[in-house]
Design a binder for this molecule. Sequence first.
Ligand code: FNR
Length: 337
Amino acid sequence: MLDYVDKMILAPMVRIGTLPMRLLALRYGADIVYCEELVDVKLLRSKRIENNLLGTVDYVDMTDGTVVFRTCAEEAGKVVLQIGTCCADRAAKIVDKFQGDVAGFDVNMGCPKEFSLKGGMGAALLDHPDKIQAILSNMIRHSKIPVTCKIRVKPCLEETKKLVKLISATGVAAIGVHGRTKDERPKHENRNDYIAALTEVSHVPLIANGGSKEIASFEDILKFKASTKAASVMIARAAEWNCSVFRREGMLSVDQVIRDYLMLCVDFDNQSNNSKYAVQNMLGNMQHTSVEGVATLKAQTLEELCSIWKLEEYFKSVHDDRMLDAIKLGPGPETDL
Ligand code: FNR
């Protein structure tokens, strides 16, 4: 069973936290990995398929054949499914449907984007303690595995303390706390002092988040943990830029991380546009200043991305092996779609 003490966690990140990035984070040293936020209705209309060719379990959107959520044995016991929801009934249905394939559930209560706020999800929940209570209690009633949520702080520390007390009384296993308010942006200082104060009132472990601006190495993660007094830490942007920040042995070059990431994309047949987006984020300014960066911007397929990063042989050998396996396995889930 997952516990949330002394853990290094990959934060949920839309379009970044798909299976290859989660496995990369685990291989570099993360203890727990959150998937990107997935909205409840999308999860509920997906169909579970065992993909024998890739060795994965896929939840597929039957309206367009896209993979909503893909997981595999390597992340078993370590992957947390983060959901976007405003509905206690749908949240419980997700628990029923997914609990055999993930290690924990998390509810996003911090997203400040219009899409979430208009739908009553994400940070909109912070002003509705009754809804928070209903969603979490219902999930916990249905769940055999831990349930957590990820919040932002409120401008008033005392109000945030009240919220944390209320949430910790629902029976959650931990609470993720991003030290910025709903209206604050990444340029604003993270309120590490708020998180430290919240640890004094919470009955469950707190997971500190929001420190990426201060994090450029594994040691910085430890400093962030110490300054927030939290039980665990959750890293988003620092890992998005260079996931090897989780390595206790020291960071790797961005080039190396991109290659490690792309190999996992090939292994798990990650969507090319998703793979490209993650690589672009790792490149940052180098997208425009390096030869590989400029070529990456033009790439349209995973094969093209691989050849830019000198992985054409790897791509070809995995693909050839997969074709042979497909012939041996006969018609499988992919042909069912
Ligand atoms: C995010 N964040 C986010 N949060 C969340 O709860 N669910 C999500 O799906 C996402 N998606 C997402 C995508 C991207 C590209 C970024 C950069 C961020 C917020 C994230 O988890 C985290 O709370 C903030 O980025 C602050 O932490 P860092 O970046 O300072 O470590």
